[in-house]
Design a protein around this ligand. Structure first.
Ligand SMILES: Nc1ncnc2c1ncn2[C@@H]1O[C@H](COP(=O)(O)OP(=O)(O)OP(=O)(O)O)[C@@H](O)[C@H]1O
Ligand SMILES: [Mg+2]
Length: 256
C-alpha cells in the first residue's frame, strides 16, 4: 500500500505522516516513510532520525540524473532506472535509515544557490513510486510537498490512496475541493483528515465540506506543537491517528 499525504502548506502533512507510520509500525506492519518534499528538512527529526542522505545522492546526484534524463529524452526512451521495478529491499541502503523500526528515506533536497528547479526530484519521485512494489504487509507513506504541483506531475499514478490534510483555513477548504477534482481524474481513493480542529471549528468546516470522506478529526495538541517547535521526535499517541490506522489496515485486509 502506497499512501500519499498531501495538503496546504503548514496544514500538518509531516506531523500526520510521522504519527501514522509510528502507529502502523506498532500494529505490526512494516513501514517506510518517504520524504518527497524537496524543501523542508525536518521530517527525520520528527521521527528521531538525523540522517540526511537521499535517493538522489545515492544515484549520483542531481546533475548526473539531469544528464541521464536529457540523454534519454530525445530518443523517447525511459531511463533504465525509470523502467525498473523496485521492492523496498532494492532501495539503496545508503539512503535509508531506520529509527525505532520505522524506515525513512528522502527523494532529494535543494542544497545550493542557483542549482536549478526541483523537476529532477519530482521526476525521480514519480519514477520511484510508480515502480515500487511494496509487499502486502508493507505500507509506504509519502510526505508530499505543499500544494498540488505533484498532481500536475502525476505523482499520484504511483500511489494507492491519497490522504489530504485540511487545517481550519479557507485556503485549505478551497484546496480540498481542487484536490477532490484532481484525485477523481487520477482515479485514486481520496480521504480527508481535519487537523488542528475543535468541536466548534468542526461545525463550521462541516458547512463547507462533505464529511463522508473525513477519516479523522485531530485536535490542536500542545505536545505536538512544542515537540515540533524544538525539533524533537513526536511522541503523541492520539486515538484519531489510530482511527486512520484502523482504516488502512482494513483496506489492506480487504484487498488481500
Ligand atoms: N494537531 C496538531 N496540533 C498542534 N500542532 C500541530 C498539529 N498538527 C500540526 N501542528 C503544527 O503545525 C505546524 C505545521 O505542521 P507540519 O510541519 O506537520 O505541516 P506540513 O503540512 O508538513 O508543513 P509544510 O507544508 O511546511 O511541509 C508545526 O508547527 C506542527 O507542530
Ligand atoms: Mg511538511
Amino acid at each position: 500500500m502506497k499512501l500519499l499525504v498531501c495538503g496546504k502548506g503548514g496544514s500538518g502533512k509531516s506531523t500526520v505522516a510521522v504519527l501514522l507510520v509510528k502507529s502502523l509500525k506498532n500494529r505490526g506492519l512494516r513501514v517506510l516513510l518517504v520524504d518527497a518534499d524537496e524543501s523542508n528538512v525536518g521530517l527525520g527529526r520528527l521521527l528521531g532520525s538525523s540522517d540526511t542522505s537521499s535517493l538522489l545522492d545515492s544515484l549520483g546526484g542531481k546533475k548526473d540524473l539531469q544528464q541521464k534524463m536529457m540523454k534519454a529524452f530525445p530518443m523517447g526512451k525511459p531511463l533504465e532506472l525509470f523502467s525498473k521495478r523496485w521492492s523496498v529491499a532494492d532501495i539503496p541502503r545508503g539512503c535509508l535509515s531506520q529509527t525505532d523500526g520505522v524506515q525513512i528515506m528522502a527523494i532529494g533536497k535543494i542544497q545550493h544557490f542557483g542549482e536549478g528547479c526541483a523537476c529532477p526530484m519530482g521526476a525521480l519521485a514519480k519514477a520511484f513510486l510508480c515502480n515500487l512494489d511494496p509487499a502486502f504487509d508493507e505500507v509506504v507513506v509519502i510526505d508530499a510537498e505543499a500544494g498540488i504541483e505533484h498532481f500536475g506531475r502525476g505523482l499520484e499514478t504511483g500511489c494507492d490512496m491519497i490522504l489530504a490534510i485540511v487545517d481550519p483555513t479557507h485556503e485549505s477548504i478551497l484546496l480540498a475541493q481542487k484536490i477532490g477534482e484532481l484525485a477523481k481524474t487520477a482515479g485514486k481513493d481520496l480521504y480527508f483528515i481535519w487537523n488542528k480542529v475543535s468541536p466548534e471549528v468542526e461545525k463550521v468546516l462541516s458547512r463547507y465540506m462533505n464529511e463522508d470522506r473525513v477519516l479523522a478529526r485531530i485536535p490542536q495538541d500542545l505536545t505536538i506543537f512544542v515537540e515540533s517547535l524544538e525539533g524533537r521526535p513526536l511522541t503523541a499517541g492520539l486515538f484519531q491517528i489510530e482511527q486512520i490506522s484502523d482504516f488502512i489496515i482494513q483496506t489492506i485486509e480487504h484487498a488481500r
